[in-house]
Ligand binder design. Structure first.
Ligand SMILES: [Ca+2]
Ligand SMILES: [Ca+2]
Ligand SMILES: [Ca+2]
Length: 328
């Protein structure tokens, strides 16, 4: 009945719906003769009958609207229900609006409808110090240079302490340096081709033992001298330095006719004049090596008549000593 009453009287008396009936609360209500227009604020939909702005009850606490629509739930337009909203983020619907809460590593696009990856490599040129930055969706990687490793938080590269690894620089000392390391090898060792182990130097390849035999050992070597020779203080030279009596004859295990002065073995035994039998030298007395033997060659490398060191005069002593025997 009351609706009919309004219709009849509208010709005469316009009702201002905007001020009298709480229509269009929260929106812009424009009264006109016999009607009105409701324009809702951005983000809010106007009800199908054009009288209300949906969802404005929350913003304004207006019970009259909810009463007018009974138990019908009135909401604003939910942008979050649309597909593709706030990609890489969380869409949060709000009365009359919405917002995108972006995931870590993402930033709001210019439209505000999506979250786009932050290119950390571009944003921060100093990122991934000592390495190369590789941008990935939502994050980035540091590809570290050789000798570096990612820092705990992964934002840059720190020196790798190679010396903490096992088996580094055996037989030497490992020295860590920025971006690398080096092995300082112990004496007698050299750096191996892998550059992280120290290997024994074979000193014998350079023939360090003069007139002796070289025996290589780990980290060192030694020279062994031939019988009758003594190793010099340098540990490398075998010297014919021992002096003892020289005998012009060695016969039946006996040494006969000694010199008056002790001489070295080569001064005695490298004689050229031998009476078909060996001479003798030393204590206990031993036979001199026979010419042509390997032992003679080692003792008298310069040949008969010359000492081990190539000195002919010293052998002359032996010659002069032997000469009378030859004459006899
Ligand atoms: Ca990124
Ligand atoms: Ca290092
Ligand atoms: Ca060695």
């Amino acid at each position: 009945m009351w609706i009919e009453y309004f219709m009849k009287c509208s010709i005469v008396v316009d009702i201002d719906e905007c001020s009298e009936l709480d229509y269009c609360t929260g929106g812009t209500c424009t009264n006109s003769p016999g009607s009105f227009e409701c324009i809702c604020p951005p983000g809010f939909d106007v009800s199908s009958d054009g009288k209300f702005c949906l969802g404005m009850k929350h913003a304004y606490g207006l019970h009259k609207i909810s009463i007018s629509y009974g138990n019908t739930l009135l909401t604003d337009h939910n942008e979050c229900s649309e597909t593709g909203m706030c990609a890489n983020g969380l869409c949060i619907n709000m009365d009359g609006s919405f917002k995108c809460q972006c995931n870590n590593g993402y930033i709001l696009s210019s439209t505000g409808h999506a979250c786009i990856d932050i290119d950390e490599c571009y944003e921060n040129p100093r990122i991934c110090l000592n390495g190369r930055c590789e941008n990935i969706p939502g994050s980035y990687h540091c590809l570290c240079r050789p000798g570096f490793q990612p820092s705990l938080d992964g934002t840059f590269c720190v020196d790798l302490d190679e010396c903490e690894e096992t088996g580094m620089c055996d037989n030497g000392k490992c020295v860590n340096i920025d971006g690398s390391f080096k092995c300082v090898c112990d004496s007698g060792y050299k750096l191996g081709s892998d550059r992280k182990t120290c290997i024994d130097i074979d000193e014998c390849t350079s023939n360090p033992c003069q007139h002796g035999r070289c025996i290589n050992s780990l980290g060192s070597f030694r020279c062994e001298c031939l019988p009758g020779f003594t190793l010099g203080q340098d540990g490398r030279s075998c010297l014919d330095s021992r002096k003892d009596l020289c005998y012009s004859q060695f016969r039946d295990g006996q040494c006969l006719n000694p010199t008056s002065m002790p001489v070295t073995k080569s001064s005695c035994c490298c004689c050229t004049v031998i009476l078909g039998q060996p001479m003798g030298w030393g204590t206990p007395c031993q036979a001199c090596p026979m010419q042509g033997s390997e032992e003679f060659q080692a003792l008298c490398p310069h040949g008969p008549g010359m000492t081990y060191n190539g000195d002919g005069e010293k052998v002359a002593l032996c010659v002069s000593h032997s000469a009378p025997n030859e004459i006899q």
